[in-house]
Design a protein around this ligand. Sequence first.
Ligand code: TRP
Length: 356
Amino acid sequence: MSDSGSNSKEDNKINNHSINNSKKVSLTGDRPTGRLHLGHFVGSLKSRVEFQHQYDQYIMIADTQALTDYFENPQRVIDNVYEVVSDYLAVGIDPTLSTIFIQSQIKALSELTMYYMNLVTVSRLERNPTVKTELAQKSFAQSVPVGFLCYPISQAADITAFKAEIVPAGEDQAPLIEQTNEIVRKFNGLYKTNVLKEAKLHLSNTGRLVGIDGKAKASKSLNNAIFLSDTSEVIKEKVYSMYTDPDHIKVSDPGKVENNVVFTYLDAFCENKEEIDVLKSQYRKGGLGDVALKSMLNKILQDLLEPIRERRSQLHRKDLIEICFEGTKKAKTIANQTVQEVREAIGINFFEKIQL
Ligand code: TRP
């Protein structure tokens, strides 16, 4: 039991940031299955950069959750752990303000998952809209792996282990937060406690970003995303290949703004909203060409991504490992405390006062 419940002074002061009980906790995570892209940036990374000043923020590399999808190809997950951490640091997540940690290294999360499994039915998991969509995409037929079906329970463990009240994430995570809160209410009610806290999803103003093809959300598997680490040439190429209005052939033709990806991205990334409104009405009337718009968007994205790419290129693997190591150490202390309280609430805190 040496791993659980240790709470020395040493553990409480890690990486120059002590555990701060006065701030609310925020927690998010990303599955490390590829580098992060602009969809992640507007959907969640931007808020995290702000939130790290307001909240006690935890950011989790969800490698265990990624394995529910990639258990046959763990290398993909392993290879992307530090890619994602690099993206975090490059966009301005500061490891002295945010605790970055690796999910698989926190055994307490597995233990919490085990207790929560008793509180959720199989049919409830099958009805979870996010799980339902994913099941439909994966064609498991009758052979759904138990690990996959249970990942919402493990996500509830991630959130509650840190008593997170805020989860900055995309809309697709709403059913997972709802599942978490159901578990919280059930646990607290059943074991007559208030150890676990309910969480709230924090959605970005921009919402989900479409892919450059305009078909679906930007995603690495659909190969329609602009990555934070793309080179300047690749960014330009992607911007110029964006879906616009297929009926807008000549510059003088009236064009459609709705479902026009260039405008969607201008809405998301251009600070000057009035200018965009003027361009939209001009485009609708006719007389504004796609190339002019794409060149404007290209400039905006190049300006946004160049410093990110520059910061990314200066990072050293050794420092990334150190940051994750320290963050994981701190996260372990907190998660162990929660597990201890959870065991107490259930009544299975045997041998607590005895040194084994
Ligand atoms: N499900 C999230 C995703 O697919 C990753 C994740 C795991 C997460 N645990 C979390 C997000 C806890 C928010 C909170 O990207």
